[in-house]
Ligand binder design. Structure first.
Ligand code: P53
Length: 482
């Protein structure tokens, strides 16, 4: 089959430090907000614990033990032919509390080794500076991103990283899924304090909670723009992107009220943050939204100037599924462990209630191209599913192959539509802890990790059937999807 993927297209996979590395107290690492989250399931939400050393299961403490599997895991990626690896730096390995001036040398050394190994294996690192975590001390002592001083702490951390790894890393993402903070996770993404025992991931927020989330988000957006400017000033070769949770909303019917609602959801969920990071200012709809929810946001002239000067070089996003909107309030329901709306009768749903919709990815890529005309990267995509070892000790994950095949085909079609897509990193290329539920049983990897939902196992790596398949896809630059 012919391929539309351009020469030099970046193929790879992604992880996040707190879901993959474990080793939560190794070599001087401090505890991050993620280290305070207990395990959950699709029916049992994760809870927050102030004391991260109390008895109980904290998935991030061990995760996939990536910290102790660095060489082997990079070899596996190289063997698959990866040209890019998206990973995040744990802020707490460098600044255990977040407000220190001097970084922890052991933390700097660890990531230097990771980046050098990537380079030696022909893999371009794509580095997320903050992926759903910050030093817990910044939450406990400052109130997380609700405090403006976080901007300076983050800029200091980011500048340290940019200087330290100059020449080793060229592709940067400032914040993972920056739009999730006000939609789902004010603790997860913004580090806003929550009471002990609380469920920190929620699909509903009061206006007061929104006020706090949007204020904190504004601080992140300013911090992001500052870091974009610093990265460019330090080295014009640095490419910095935003990272948005890609959310596609369809109207349930052609009723104009449904269509309008879906449009508003698409605008709010994606472009509230996207416009700030790409265009350098809040879109008109943001002001309407603030009025409707009685939000008072302080955007100083200095903030506005920073936002305008710190626009990104590329737009990256995660894409898993699409949602459906209805104006009929009676029909709205919880469709998955984290999505509200209504089920789409034309789509099938995973065990976690997430729809499979490759056409939505093509729609999203085209929508972004029309709006921004920027290079795009799909930096998370994959299927969270239960995998079972066969008697022969293999994992025949044809469902995952089918999911990935359809989404790669959709990307190929979008490129033929005229989209400038430059890279693709599958989420959780190696099994890791779910952010939403804290489970290991929700597996995304093309490589299996032997451990269960209580943290027990050998942590042995085992390539699944999808591993050999993805390797062929990469070798053929997307031509061989069979
Ligand atoms: P899990 C919500 C909606 C879509 C993606 O999610 C989301 C979230 C927040 O969890 O998160 C991203 O692990 C995130 C990753 C995460 C992945 O999607 O809940 O960037 O950290 O693991 C998948 O199945």
């Amino acid at each position: 089959m012919a391929t539309h993927f351009p020469k030099g297209f970046l193929w790879g996979g992604a992880t996040a430090a707190n879901q993959y590395e474990g080793a939560w107290q190794a070599d001087g690492k401090g505890d991050s907000t993620a280290d305070h989250l207990l395990g959950g399931s699709v029916t049992q939400p994760r809870r927050f614990a102030e004391d991260a050393e109390q008895p109980g299961y904290f998935p991030a403490h061990v995760a996939s033990d990536g910290y102790h599997h660095t060489e082997a895991d990079i070899k596996l990626m190289a063997d698959m032919g990866f040209s890019v690896y998206r990973l995040s730096i744990a802020w707490t390995r460098l600044f255990p509390k977040g407000d220190e001036r001097e970084p922890n040398q052991a933390g700097l050394d660890y990531y230097r080794r990771v980046f050098e190994l990537c380079r030696q294996n022909g893999i371009e690192p794509l580095v997320t500076l903050s992926h759903f975590e910050l030093p817990y001390h910044l939450t406990a002592a400052y109130g997380g991103w609700g405090d403006r001083r976080l901007i300076d702490f983050y800029v200091h951390y980011a500048t340290t990283v940019l200087r330290e790894y100059a020449g080793l890393v060229r592709y940067w993402i400032t914040f993972n899924e920056i739009n999730i903070g006000f939609l789902l996770g004010s603790y997860l993404s913004l580090g806003l304090p929550v009471p002990d025992g609380a469920v920190p991931i929620s699909t509903t927020q009061t206006d007061a909670a929104l006020q706090a989330s949007l204020t904190a988000l504004h601080h992140q957006l300013v911090a992001s723009a500052k870091v974009v400017q610093i990265a460019h000033a330090l080295d014009p070769a640095n490419q910095v992107g935003c990272m948005i949770a890609g959310m596609v909303a369809y109207p349930l019917t052609a009723a104009p009220a449904d269509v309008l609602l879906a449009q508003r959801a698409n605008e709010l969920n994606n472009f509230y943050c996207g416009d700030v990071q790409v265009r350098g200012h809040y879109p008109a709809m943001a002001k309407r939204y603030w009025q409707e929810h009685d939000i008072q946001l302080t955007v100083t002239d200095a903030d506005a100037a920073v936002l305008a000067a710190g626009t990104v070089d590329f737009y990256s996003f995660s894409y898993y599924s699409s949602g459906t909107e209805t104006a009929d309030a009676d029909k709205r329901e919880l469709t998955g462990n984290m999505s509200v709306g209504v089920k789409n009768p034309y789509l099938t749903y995973s065990e976690w209630g997430w729809s499979t919709d490759p056409t939505g990815l093509r729609w999203y890529l085209n929508t972004l191209t029309s709006r921004y005309e920027l290079p795009l990267m799909v930096v998370e995509n994959g299927l969270g599913a239960v995998d079972t070892l066969t008697a022969a000790g293999t994992i025949e994950d044809d469902y995952r192959i089918a999911y990935l095949r359809e989404h790669i085909q959709a990307m190929s079609d979008a490129i033929a539509d005229g989209v400038n897509l430059i890279g693709y990193t599958i989420w959780g290329w190696v099994d890791l802890v779910s952010a939403g539920t804290g489970q290991m049983a929700k597996r995304y990897g093309v490589v299996y990790v032997d451990r269960d939902d209580t943290g027990q196992g050998t942590f042995r790596r085992l390539p699944k059937k999808s591993y050999a398949w993805y390797k062929r896809v990469i070798a053929s630059n997307g031509a061989d999807l069979a």
